[in-house]
Design a binder for this molecule. Sequence first.
Ligand code: CTP
Length: 222
Amino acid sequence: MTFLITAGPTREPIDPVRYISNRSSGKMGYAIAEAALAAGHEVTLISGPVNLEAPRGARLIPAPTGEAMFDAVREHADQSDICVLCAAVADYKPANVSSTKIKKQSEKFLLELIPTCDILNSLGQRRDRQFALVGFAAETDHVEENAAKKLRAKNCDIMVANDVSGSDSGMESDMNEVTILFRDGEKKKISRAQKEIIARELVKIFSNFATKMFDKKNVMIN
Ligand code: CTP
């Protein structure tokens, strides 16, 4: 199968030296890419700026901003069987980007922000999509409830609920613990483990799901 994976943060420029970003190391997305490659799948990895080595064998597409990531996803999604959107895309970007460094002032400084495009939602709302769609919900409270809401709102097949409230699991950590929510209400838990181990399980779950989804479509066509 062919996986498209987004990973890492995006950086939304304010001026040539400053940006808005998220606390995301990219480790979970890169671990999923490695696990998918190890299982014999093809991988296109669309990555924000991270300090990680490119997984050997993946097609790596750098995407520094939300807009660049959106364009890359749009270009490659239809050649994929499974799209796993793991990136921590910045939800807002500055309304205006200064071409020169903004000078420090002694008064209060207000920055106008506008929403970025929601990449997962834009894929979920496509009626013609042929690929399985997976999102990651980063939550600090009411984790499963909020993730289930996102699953419905963004119309994905699977939402991986990620509790990012602690410093020893989730964002920037080597460890994670996730609950996988499916569209039909089914739930699976993977208890606390190294991100590599979680990634291996996730790849199995995603590819099994996609196989069933494609089988069902073939039965309907035949
Ligand atoms: N996502 C995306 N494009 C965005 C924002 C989020 O594709 N502009 C995707 C993420 O990659 C993830 C999912 O949406 O798969 C959920 O992201 P998350 O940050 O948990 O939620 P948000 O939709 O940003 O909502 P909130 O910040 O209110 O929790």
